[in-house]
Write a protein that binds this ligand. Structure first.
Ligand code: IPD
Ligand code: CA
Ligand code: CA
Length: 271
């Protein structure tokens, strides 16, 4: 497969960041932690990793834009080449020494994802994709699970932990799914959830309260692995829309229907 120079740059940036995160994780209990809001933390490692990613990309490119969680936030995308970066997706896990957290890097141009890399720091698994070229894990092609049967499916989600606006409906849906699917998981990193969908480790994923850097890379990896991504209305407003469903087609459609049935507020307000 002929990958672009951008993939090489993204992989290099992710590996450099993972080295920094691993180094700082040795002493994670003594890291400086700052609260951006309730249950919204940032550690020295997030800041250092983001710096390393942006510097690595800048060494190899000229004039590209950035949308990066800790220093270059924003809520819109232009047509320019824009790197969307989450230096550590799963900071709460990282701060506790709980082992799932990822570096997530995506390149968008004309508002479309071109290149995506997600590196899970503990396992050193590298998931990546380029538009039209398929999705890969450590160099091997990956595909979503062929199992379309909800009752034989493993589903991941993100528990609400900052935004409790839809908590009641969320719990009602969880209650129902616990009785209808094979198992539910909450890994703690939306980027990793999407990689699990892409590689067939689970059949579906849904969450609300997501930021663009949580999903920018993982959504391309899922689609290139043959999966389906929508917002909670079945539309394509998932990058800035904060609510996303991913899955193989059958399980995605099952989750969309369940969400429609349980989140009347979302569906009646069309948002
Ligand atoms: C969070 C993780 C988590 C998800 C949250 C995200 P962060 O990202 O992806 O799994 O439930 O919605 O904000 O804060 O660790 O970068
Ligand atoms: Ca994140
Ligand atoms: Ca983060």
């Amino acid at each position: 497969m002929n990958f672009s120079e951008d993939l090489t740059i993204a992989l290099k940036a992710a590996r450099n960041a993972a080295d920094v995160i691993r180094q700082l994780s040795i002493n994670h209990r003594n890291l400086d932690i700052r609260y951006k809001g309730r249950n919204d933390i940032v550690t020295e490692a997030d800041l250092e990793a983001e710096k390393v990613i942006i510097n690595t990309i800048r060494e190899h490119t000229d004039g590209d834009s950035f949308l990066a969680e800790e220093t270059e936030g924003g809520n819109e995308l232009t047509d320019a080449r824009t790197w969307i970066i989450d230096p550590i997706d799963g900071t709460t896990n990282f701060a506790h020494g709980f082992p799932i957290y990822c570096v997530s890097i995506a390149l968008y141009e004309n508002k479309e994802a071109k290149t995506a890399v997600i590196l899970e720091v503990n396992s050193n698994e590298e998931f990546y994709a380029e538009k039209g070229k398929g999705a890969f894990l450590n160099g091997e092609p990956i595909k979503v699970s062929p199992n379309n049967n909800p009752s034989a499916s493993l589903i991941t989600t993100g528990f609400p932990f900052r935004n409790m606006e839809l908590l009641e409906d969320y719990i009602e849906l969880l209650k129902e799914l616990l009785q209808r699917v094979q198992g539910m998981r909450r890994p703690g990193s939306a980027a990793y959830d999407l990689c699990c969908v892409a590689s067939g480790r689970c059949e579906g994923f849904y969450e609300y309260g997501l930021a663009p850097w949580d999903v920018a890379a993982g959504s391309l990896i899922v689609r290139e692995a043959g999966g389906k991504i929508t917002d909670w209305l079945g539309g394509q407003n998932w990058l800035f829309g904060r609510r996303l469903i991913a899955g193989n087609k059958g399980v995605h459609d099952f989750l969309l229907k369940e969400i429609k049935d349980h989140f009347k507020k979302v569906h009646l307000s069309n948002g």
